[in-house]
Design a protein around this ligand. Structure first.
Ligand SMILES: Nc1ncnc2c1ncn2[C@@H]1O[C@H](COP(=O)(O)OP(=O)(O)OP(=O)(O)O)[C@@H](O)[C@H]1O
Ligand SMILES: O=C(O)c1ccc[n+]([C@@H]2O[C@H](COP(=O)([O-])O)[C@@H](O)[C@H]2O)c1
Length: 244
């Protein structure tokens, strides 16, 4: 499943799980984009952060895995390269490329879209508010799957974090905590102030974790939150120990 996953949310996970059952897939490989060239009009969180959030979100499902092919390749991400790399790594596997109906409706504008259809069967998952009816997709190359409607989007999650609203239950718990820890999606001024003070982001009222086992956020972070114009810090060691 290809996506920018900025951040990954339950809409992505439900779609992947539904397609895996309907198509009898052995594994769903989540492939976070490196540089999503069609999203160059906005800031995208560092690829390493999006990759780690995807690892955290999928860790508990033995049929889900995460690939670094797009993150490690560098340069703009084209699905033709994603599929070529995956085919090289898994020459005996039949590939399906899962993505949303909104992305699929643009597929004819993707690089080498004709060759993409030769490398994988495309599965478009329906998404509330998007209709593929008018798209002229090659016959037989694409399947459409209706997934339980979850009106969740990454844009809305980012916007909520920026406004100090909770994203519990929209994204997996570990992803909420990762966003908090890294200070992702805060407004520029907020993030700069946090970096100046050298303290971890503060919890906002109403932004409580769902269980009694609450993490503490007021200890200094292992790395300073990212500010505009500075490169992302490497992930901290406790995140690298997430069980696989
Ligand atoms: N709630 C959802 N239901 C079904 N498909 C979804 C849902 N959210 C995202 N998708 C699909 O998953 C793919 C990857 O999504 P992406 O990472 O771009 O998330 P997004 O929520 O669409 O992000 P943004 O709001 O930033 O555009 C896209 O093709 C998208 O259509
Ligand atoms: O190959 C392309 O030219 C291309 C253009 C836009 C999007 N894609 C892929 O479509 C998937 C969904 O993208 P997005 O931007 O909706 O997260 C993701 O895997 C992207 O790499 C691919």
């Amino acid at each position: 499943m290809g996506g920018t996953f900025d951040p990954i949310h339950h809409g992505h996970l439900v779609a992947a799980s539904e397609v895996a059952v309907l198509f009898g897939l052995d594994e769903v490989v989540f492939v976070p984009t490196g540089q999503p060239w069609q999203k160059s009009d906005r800031d995208v969180a560092p690829a390493e952060d999006r990759y780690l959030m995807t690892v955290i979100a999928t860790a508990s499902n033995p049929r889900f895995s995460v690939s670094r092919v797009d993150v490690d390749r560098g340069g703009p991400t084209y699905t033709i390269d994603t599929l070529s790399d995956l085919q090289r790594q898994r020459p005996d596997d039949e590939l399906f490329f899962i993505t949303g109906a909104d992305a699929l409706s643009q597929i004819l504008s993707w690089r080498d879209s004709d060759r993409c259809f030769e490398l994988a069967h495309f599965i478009g998952v329906t998404r509330p508010g998007f209709d593929l009816g008018a798209s002229h997709l090659p016959e037989g190359a694409v399947s459409l799957v209706e997934v339980p409607a979850l009106a969740i989007s990454s844009s809305d999650c980012r916007d909520r974090v920026g406004r100090g609203m909770p994203v519990w239950y929209l994204v997996p718990d570990g992803v909420v905590q990762y966003i908090e820890k890294r200070g992702l999606y805060r407004s520029g001024a907020d993030a700069r102030a946090l970096a100046r003070e050298g303290i971890a982001p503060r919890r906002v009222p109403g932004d409580d974790p769902p269980s009694g086992d609450r993490p503490t956020y007021d200890r200094p972070p292992a790395t300073a939150p990212r500010t505009e114009g500075t490169p992302p810090e490497p992930p901290t060691t406790d995140l690298q120990e997430v069980p696989r």
